[in-house]
Design a protein around this ligand. Structure first.
Ligand SMILES: Cc1ncc(COP(=O)(O)O)c(C=O)c1O
Ligand SMILES: [Zn+2]
Length: 400
């Protein structure tokens, strides 16, 4: 594993030591990124050195913090060639522990929390990050204090309680949850592991970028479509591409990075369309894709910069389109996706219609979670889950 050289502020470039737990840049609140001495790592960490390594995100341990991993087997998820579109792949993050890509970030985050001897972690979450924290905290023997909207998908709440986390259901959005954590953390002795307010979750998420490259034989795709809430997955992958270039694994080429959001909460799309460098708080956010209900991303300046640098795009899709896509993917691909993930399919279809992507372009669509975590949401939505081939016979529901 790599010794961290320093933490770097993504706003002012300030360098801070990584010998103590840190949240954001003390000067300007900028997101802190972990920097390694890649010139040194490069001598032993080669593409070939990956052969035979563990099939989890820790196969990239040489570019992850030097600490004993708290792992439940996260990462190295399938890259499924689409059965519908040539050149399209579905990166299925639903197979992670706790059923979403959030496992990667929290595995890395809790690894470092344990390394620093932290005893109490707090998180505001749209749902999946909460259950991921709860699981890794349980594995590490650390307390998890969770604040999530009271209408999160049921699975997340049941999971958190099962893992023994302290759960507060909030009558509001993730932004209200974040405020509560901020107000109480000092008094309660909690360390805040909010999205992008500590430097290690993005390190876990970046392994998705390494996997995209490795699983596609070190040829990056033309495009990557990512359902974006706080945007950590997108930032992480971009960081991975820069690191891989420094390691000499890839050249300067980059995929076009695409943000997809729900039309009921699309602050990044609005900022992208307006051409601004940061986003405005989205009032009255509402969408069935709970993970996309993030009215203001802390790292919005980083997301928008990446979209621009990569020649990417940001687009919004409706809940109706998302729910139809959940059903479509299930029936055509055999992939039962989270609504957030299914949004990637809608975005791809729209970008093909617009001619943004052509039929020969390779594009990776991220399914960020499993539909099994949304049975109450998907099952309650008639368009996505009609009872077409079921009827009730004497109390038993069965096919005709
Ligand atoms: C299934 C799912 N997809 C996507 C997202 C958005 O992720 P990010 O905050 O990294 O943009 C979330 C966030 O909760 C999620 O749970
Ligand atoms: Zn700074």
């Amino acid at each position: 594993m790599a010794r961290i050289a320093y933490l770097e502020c993504t706003k002012c470039g300030e360098r801070l030591s990584a010998d103590q737990p840190r949240n954001v840049c003390p000067k300007d609140g900028g997101v802190l990124y972990v920097r390694y001495d890649l010139a040194h790592v490069k001598s032993s960490f080669t593409r070939q050195s990956l052969a035979g390594r563990v099939a989890s995100m820790w196969r990239y341990a040489d570019v992850l913090p030097d600490a004993a991993p708290v792992t439940l087997g996260e990462g190295f998820t399938p890259m499924l060639p689409s059965r519908e579109f040539a050149g399209v792949y579905i990166k299925d993050e639903g197979l992670n522990p706790t059923g979403s890509f959030k496992a990667r970030g929290l595995s890395a985050g809790v690894t470092m929390a344990k390394h620093f001897g932290l005893k109490k972690l707090a998180i505001p979450s749209a749902g999946n990050a909460a259950s991921a924290l709860a699981a890794y905290a349980a594995a590490a023997g650390i307390e998890a204090h969770i604040f999530m909207p009271k209408d999160v998908p049921l699975a997340n709440r049941v999971e958190c309680e099962s893992y023994g986390a302290h759960v507060t259901l909030v009558n509001g959005l993730i932004s209200d949850c974040a405020r509560m954590v901020a107000e109480r953390k000092d008094k309660e002795g909690w360390f805040d592991v909010s999205t992008l307010k500590e430097p290690y979750r993005v390190e876990g998420k970046k392994t998705m970028g390494y996997e995209v490259a490795e699983q596609l034989g070190w040829r990056l795709p033309q495009g990557i479509i990512y359902p974006t809430g706080g945007g950590v997955g997108l930032l992480g992958m971009w960081k991975a591409f820069d690191e891989m270039e420094e390691l000499g694994w890839i050249g300067p080429e980059r995929p076009q990075m695409i943000t997809v959001q729900a039309s009921g909460c699309a602050p990044i799309v609005r900022a992208w369309d307006a051409g601004t460098a940061t986003s405005e708080f989205w009032s009255n956010a509402t969408t069935l894709a709970a993970g996309l209900r993030v009215p203001k991303a802390y790292g919005d300046y980083l997301i928008l910069d990446i979209l621009k640098k990569s020649g990417g795009a940001a687009l919004a899709v409706s809940d109706e389109e998302i729910m139809a896509a959940v059903r479509h993917w299930a029936m055509v691909e055999g992939v039962f996706a989270a609504p957030e993930g299914a949004a990637s399919l809608v975005a791809y279809q729209k970008l093909r219609e617009r001619g943004f992507f052509g039929p020969n372009d390779s594009v990776v669509l991220f399914n960020t979670g499993s539909g099994l975590k949304y049975l109450d949401v998907i099952g309650g939505h008639s368009e996505a889950a009609p009872p077409p081939a079921s009827r009730q016979i004497g109390g038993i529901i069965g096919p005709y």
